[in-house]
Design a protein around this ligand. Structure first.
Ligand code: ZN
Length: 654
C-alpha cells in the first residue's frame, strides 16, 4: 500500500488523544486590567459569570469625588474559570461611568484568558448622559489559548521564529534522520507548481562561496521515510528538516560558511542543530545508543546510493586486507566497538550486513521496472560501499569508489552528530549515537505527480523508494543495535516462599516491565518479582523500551521481548534435585502422558497469552490428562507436584 500524503490525520488523532487525556475540565485563567489615566473615581467594572454571579469588581471609589488628574491602574490576579465560547450568553462585564461622558483620556479595560486577549473596551460608551451615571453590558467568549507546540511523536514542531523554517518531528525509535538541503522556502523558485517567494529581507542570499544547489525532493523523501517506518512498525524515527532553500542556509557546514555570517541565518542554523541534539539526547536517555542519518541527494555519473562514514575514498580503495578494521576515525566508532553481532568495521561498512549491503538486497522492484537497472542489477539499490562488485571494471564495482565521485560523509553534521571525531568547530563527536551520511541518487527521487502537484513527467519512484529505505534502516538497527529489550531471569519457575528474583537487562535502556494475567507482583522499573505477594500461575512478562508512566506516548512497542514465568505455591520445601518430569506425546491429538518421580497434584493448561484454559486436579495414581476438547494450537502445560516442584512444557495440540 502506497501513501502520498503526510501524516496529518494521524497527527490530528494524536492531538485529540492528548486533549481527551486531559478530560473535560477545561479551565482558563482570567485577568482583568484597567488603565484609567484621568477621572478614575468616575469609573467601575464588574465581571459576572454566565449565571449572573458577580465575580470581581474594580473601581477607585466610584463616587466621582476625585480630582481630574487621578490616574488609577489595576491588574487582578489570575483566577481559573470554565471555558464558555458564547458571545451572547456567556461571561460579561458591566462597565460604568459616573458622569456619563465615557472614560476620560483613553481609559481602557483589557481581559485576557490564558494570556491571550479575550476582550478590550476603549472607554467609549454607546450612550451618554451629562452628570448622570451610565453603564453598558458586554458579553465575551472565554476560551483556551492554542496548545503549545506538540512535544509528542509524529507531530511537527518548529523553531521559535514563527516562520516554520526549521522543522522537527519527534520520534520514539533509536533512529534520527535530517534533511539539510531539500528546502524550498525563500527560494524564489516555482517547485512542484508552487511559487516560493524570496521575500524575507532578514535572510539575504548566501554570497560567501559554497554550493547552493538543492538536493531535490529530499524534503519530501524524509517525510515519506518517517511515515513508512511508522506504517511498518507503529513507531517514528526522529526527523529534522531545513525547509529554507540552500541559498539561504546550509546547515551541513560550519556556521560561518553555513550562514555567510548572517545573524538571522545563524538563528536557524542553531535551531536545526539544537533539534538534532534534542533527538540524540532523547534516544540516548531511552535506548542508550542509536543511529543518526544525514539524508542528501546527488546526481553523480554512476546511479547509486553513497553511504558516508568519514572514511575517505583512498582508504576504501586501499586493498590491504582488513585495512578498515584499524580505522578508528569513522562516524560509527561506537558501533564498531559495540555491535550485536561483534562485526568489524570492514564488515559493518561493506559486508553483506552493511547499510550498503542491505540496500543492495532490499526491494527496488518499481525502481528497476522503470528502466533504472545498471551493471545488470535486477533488484535492490546499488550502494557504495557494499559487498557487491557487479563487473570487472570500475563503474560496476560497488565495493569501493575507485576514482568515481563519492561523498565520504566527512561534512559537518555527520561529524558533529556521529560518534567519531568532533566536527571542524570542535563540537560533537564521540558518544553512542553513530552517524552515516546517505547521498541518494536522482532516479530514486522522481516524484511525477505528488499530492496533486506536478513535479516532473517521470514515474514516481520516491514513495516506493521511501518504503524500501524504511525497511533498510529498520533492519540495520535490528541487526547491529537491537539488544535493547534483552532480559532474563535465572530460572523460569519460582515458588512463592523464595527469594525475590531480579532479571538482568541491558543497563543503558529506560524500560518498563509488565505481566499478564493479573496476579504477578512485578516492579515496573527493575522487573523484580515480589514472590510473597504473587499468586501461583503462569505469567507472560513483557520488557518494553520506554518511560514508565508514559501512557503510550513516547513509547515504541517494536523493541520489546517477552518470557514465561511460572509461580508455584510453596507447600513444602521442594527438592529440585530429586524431581524429574516428562510429558508426551508432543504434538498430541488429546491424551498427554505425564511421568514424574513425584506425585502429581495439579496440571494447568495455558494458552500462549497466559490465559488459563483448563485445570486438572490429579488423583494420586493419575498419570495422564486429556486435552482433546481444546482447539488446535500451542499450549503451555504446567505440572505441579505434591511437594511443590513444577514443570512447564510447550505442547502442540493437533
Ligand atoms: Zn546535500
Amino acid at each position: 500500500m502506497k501513501k502520498t500524503t503526510f501524516p496529518f490525520f494521524k497527527s490530528i488523532f494524536a492531538l485529540f488523544l492528548l486533549m481527551s487525556a486531559t478530560g473535560f475540565a477545561q479551565n482558563v485563567d482570567i485577568i482583568l486590567t484597567v488603565d484609567w489615566p484621568q477621572w478614575s473615581t468616575e469609573n467601575k467594572v464588574e465581571f459576572y459569570d454566565p449565571a449572573g454571579m458577580l465575580l470581581q469588581t474594580i473601581d477607585n471609589g466610584y463616587d466621582g469625588a476625585g480630582p481630574a488628574a487621578n490616574p488609577y491602574n489595576e491588574t487582578t490576579v489570575a483566577v481559573s474559570y470554565p471555558v464558555n465560547s458564547s458571545t451572547t450568553a456567556g461571561y460579561y462585564v458591566i462597565v460604568y461611568d459616573f458622569y456619563g461622558d465615557g472614560w476620560n483620556q483613553a481609559g481602557s479595560l483589557t481581559i485576557t484568558a490564558d494570556g491571550d486577549t479575550a476582550f478590550t473596551f476603549n472607554g467609549s460608551f454607546d450612550t451618554s448622559g451629562t452628570n448622570t451615571p451610565i453603564s453598558q453590558t458586554i458579553y465575551f467568549a472565554v476560551e483556551e489559548a492554542p496548545a503549545p507546540p506538540p512535544p509528542f511523536p509524529g507531530v511537527s514542531q518548529f523553531d521559535t521564529s514563527g516562520n516554520n523554517y526549521i522543522e522537527y518531528i519527534r520520534g520514539n525509535m533509536p533512529i534520527i534522520i535530517s534533511a539539510p538541503h531539500g528546502g524550498v522556502i525563500q527560494s524564489g523558485e516555482t517547485i512542484g507548481g508552487t511559487f516560493y517567494p524570496d521575500n524575507d529581507s532578514a535572510l539575504p542570499d548566501r554570497n560567501c562561496g559554497g554550493s547552493d544547489v538543492r538536493d531535490d525532493n529530499t524534503d519530501i523523501l524524509i517525510h515519506e521515510i518517517q511515515q513508512s517506518v511508522f506504517d511498518q512498525t507503529g513507531c517514528y524515527p526522529y526527523i529534522i528538516i531545513n525547509n529554507l532553500h540552500r541559498s539561504k542556509l546550509d546547515p551541513n557546514r560550519e556556521s560561518t560558511e553555513a550562514t555567510c555570517s548572517d545573524t538571522d541565518a545563524l538563528f536557524y542554523w542553531n535551531a536545526y542543530h539544537d533539534f538534532i541534539d534534542d533527538a540524540s539526547n532523547r534516544v540516548m536517555n531511552t535506548y542508550g545508543k542509536g543511529l543518526y542519518i544525514d539524508l542528501h541527494g546527488q546526481n553523480h555519473g554512476i546511479p547509486r546510493i553513497e553511504a558516508g562514514y568519514n572514511i575517505l575514498a583512498a582508504d576504501l580503495n586501499n586493498t590491504t586486507a582488513n585495512y578498515l578494521n584499524t580505522v578508528s576515525n569513522s562516524t560509527i566508532t561506537n558501533l564498531v566497538s559495540n555491535n550485536v553481532g561483534g562485526l568489524t568495521q570492514e564488515e559493518l561498512v561493506r559486508g553483506p550486513n552493511s547499510l550498503g549491503g542491505i540496500f543492495q538486497d532490499t526491494g527496488g522492484v518499481f525502481y528497476h521496472a522503470q528502466g533504472n537497472s545498471s551493471c545488470g542489477t535486477t533488484s535492490g539499490y546499488r550502494t557504495v560501499p557494499s559487498d557487491y562488485d557487479q563487473g570487472s571494471f570500475d563503474a560496476c564495482d560497488d565495493t569501493r569508489p575507485n576514482n568515481n565521485a563519492y561523498f565520504a560523509g566527512d561534512y559537518y553534521s555527520n561529524m558533529r552528530h556521529g560518534s567519531g571525531p568532533a566536527a571542524g568547530d570542535g563540537v560533537g563527536g564521540g558518544g553512542t549515537i553513530d552517524g552515516i551520511m546517505t547521498e541518494v541518487n536522482r532516479r530514486v527521487r522522481d516524484l511525477g505527480t505528488y499530492n496533486g502537484n506536478v513535479y516532473d513527467t517521470r514515474p514516481q519512484t520516491l514513495v516506493p523508494f521511501a518504503d524500501d529505505y524504511a525497511i533498510v534502516i529498520k533492519n540495520y538497527i535490528d541487526l547491529h543495535y537491537n539488544d535493547f529489550a534483552t532480559f532474563s531471569y535465572t530460572a523460569n519457575t519460582y515458588a512463592t516462599g523464595g527469594a525475590d528474583p531480579t532479571p538482568t537487562k541491558t543497563p543503558s535502556v529506560s524500560s518498563v516491565f509488565t505481566a499478564t494475567p493479573a496476579g504477578l507482583s512485578i516492579h515496573e522499573g527493575t522487573g523484580t518479582i515480589d514472590l510473597s505477594t504473587s499468586t501461583a500461575g503462569l505469567y507472560e512478562i513483557t520488557h518494553a523500551i520506554g518511560v514508565a508512566g508514559g501512557a503510550g506516548l513516547g513509547t515504541c512497542s517494536v523493541y520489546s521481548l517477552t518470557t514465561m514465568i511460572t509461580i508455584t505455591n510453596t507447600l513444602s520445601t521442594p527438592d529440585v534435585s530429586e524431581a524429574t518430569f516428562a510429558m508426551y506425546p508432543n504434538p498430541t491429538t488429546g491424551k498427554l502422558q505425564i511421568e514424574s518421580t513425584q506425585t502429581i497434584s495439579k496440571v494447568i493448561v495455558y494458552n500462549l497469552i497466559g490465559q488459563q484454559v483448563k485445570t486438572f486436579n490429579m488423583e494420586a495414581d493419575q498419570n495422564s490428562i486429556d486435552i482433546s476438547e481444546l482447539k488446535i494450537g500451542s499450549y503451555f502445560v504446567n505440572v505441579q507436584s505434591l511437594s511443590g516442584n513444577t514443570y512447564t512444557k510447550l505442547i502442540v495440540k493437533k
